[in-house]
Design a protein around this ligand. Structure first.
Ligand SMILES: Nc1ncnc2c1ncn2[C@@H]1O[C@H](COP(=O)(O)OP(=O)(O)O)[C@@H](O)[C@H]1O
Ligand SMILES: [Mg+2]
Length: 456
């Protein structure tokens, strides 16, 4: 990551010097200006964050702030002042100041605020990059995530997209992004100007699914008053996405296999062979290899589908991506709900990263959506995710059983569960229990637990 550039605007040389030394030591590039005019001129060099004195020789901080925001809406401005009236503070915040620091300030606090501010914009910029690259609705950049797992997935998808005919099998738990990947593959392939059709195999009874896929001739069955083309025909030249393929009945599995082998099929009630050129992408949250072993799924179809397998990892295996995904959804819901939520607090991220995510990215998206609908704050906080904290806070959840409990035993058990869920990460386990790391350590010793955290 390139170094962030910070502009210090203050007419007092000593203040500029002390801030500058500290921030350089923290690894930033530092620029300085004595006046408002000089400060504005410095912006064109590319500035990420401004520490702005309120009292300047030529003008005041609020005026400079306004001009800076006109120049670059994303620029972060922290106002420094010894004379903050409430009105000034409110006005500055309305103009988009990130923070207000009272003079005399504590260098450590200022440095921490700077770091936090830059972290949020870094995420926001990354998100924006993802979005701007996503001019096409489903470009590769729609797959959000910087972890090794998601980076590898993005590369694999890119390679799969350019082999335009082979069948793809997407496997992964529900909510991991299989639908999304199917669309990305289609739109990144040279089939993108032809249709992408999808159908969920579990949603329809066998006969209807067959007619949807292959079409039917007039009079093929009671309701077939007209001839109808199936998805495979409609998608000619494009892609057909068969979701939840594991639910397909054996009879249909056989018909699908025939189509994959011969690239042709007959409409229901029809005699003519219809040839189409479509790529089939199938998805399942089942372990198809196991289903094959238990004869619930045809082995030959499995091998036919499994030409290009893509295993989509569950979210708990790449918790590193949670803040970026959360910011991505916050950004999306800001647009949808016309809100201006800036991000989430560190404690919210700690909570989100400590959770097990059985519903994967879909669950994360839903929780963010809910939090944004219900919260009025600028930043989503841990308390905006009550579903994840009720177990801790709601006393009614833990009703004392008639026979009582062994409190020590209960504490030990909860501690163990939290540590297991967080794979030994004590800070995250603490977030689940409302404890800090020292308190967790104390309890680990108290209960004589020996834990070797899993590397990850
Ligand atoms: N890596 C990702 N980046 C961005 N959005 C994602 C990602 N993975 C999943 N999503 C989003 O999460 C939701 C659920 O994904 P979906 O593709 O429907 O999952 P699945 O088909 O595996 O159940 C969708 O809104 C999808 O766009
Ligand atoms: Mg799906």
């Amino acid at each position: 990551m390139p170094k962030a550039t910070i502009l210090i605007v203050d007419d007092e040389a000593l203040i500029r010097w002390s801030l500058s030394e500290r921030l350089k030591a923290d690894g930033y590039d530092v620029l300085e200006a004595e006046t408002g005019k000089a400060a504005i001129e410095q912006l064109s060099g590319g500035v990420d964050l401004v520490l702005l004195d309120y009292r300047l020789p030529d003008t005041d901080g609020v005026t400079v702030l306004r001009k800076m925001k006109e120049f670059d809406h994303d620029i972060l401005v922290i106002l420094l002042t010894a004379f903050a009236s409430v009105e000034t503070a409110v006005e500055a915040m309305k103009l988009g100041a990130y923070h207000f620091a009272n003079k005399p300030f504590n260098l450590d606090e200022v440095a921490a605020t700077v770091e936090r501010a830059l972290e949020t914009t870094r995420l926001r910029r990354e998100v924006r990059q993802f979005r701007s690259n996503a001019a096409r609705p489903y470009s590769l950049q729609r797959i959000v995530g910087g972890s090794a797992a998601i980076t590898a997935l993005r590369h694999l998808v890119a390679r799969v997209a350019v082999t335009p005919s082979s069948t793809v099998l997407l496997t992964g738990e529900s909510g991991t992004g299989k639908d999304l990947l199917a669309k990305v593959i289609h739109y990144a392939s040279d089939r993108s100007s032809s249709p992408f059709m999808n159908i969920t195999c579990s949603a329809l009874p066998e006969q209807l699914l067959e007619a949807e896929l292959f079409g039917h001739e007039r009079g093929a069955f009671t309701d077939a008053r007209m001839q109808k083309k199936g998805l495979l025909e409609t998608a000619d030249g494009g892609t057909v996405f068969l979701d939840e393929i594991g639910e397909m009945t054996p009879a249909l599995q056989a018909k699908l296999l025939r189509f994959l082998e011969e690239k042709s099929f007959k409409r229901v009630g029809g005699a003519a062979d219809i040839h189409v050129d479509v790529r089939v992408i199938a998805a399942t949250n089942r372990d198809l290899a196991k289903e094959v072993a238990s004869h619930a799924f045809r082995a030959d179809l499995f091998f036919r589908l499994n030409v290009l397998p893509i295993a989509v990892p569950p979210l708990r295996q790449h918790p590193k991506d949670i803040p970026l995904l959360a910011e991505y959804f916050i950004d999306a819901f800001n647009t949808e709900f016309r809100k201006r939520v800036l991000g989430a607090t560190p404690s919210a991220y700690a909570l989100l990263q400590s959770y097990g995510w059985p519903g994967n990215v879909r669950e994360l998206r839903n929780l963010i959506e809910r939090a944004m609908l219900l919260s009025d704050s600028d930043r989503l906080d841990a308390r905006d995710f009550p579903a994840m904290t009720t177990a801790i806070s709601a006393d009614s959840e833990f009703e004392l059983p008639p026979a009582g409990v062994d409190l020590e035993q209960l504490e030990r058990s909860l501690l163990l569960q939290a540590l297991q869920r967080c794979r030994g990460n004590q800070t995250r386990a603490g977030a689940l229990l409302g404890l800090n790391r020292d308190q967790i350590r104390y309890r680990i010793e108290k209960f004589g637990l020996s834990l070797t955290p899993e590397p990850h």
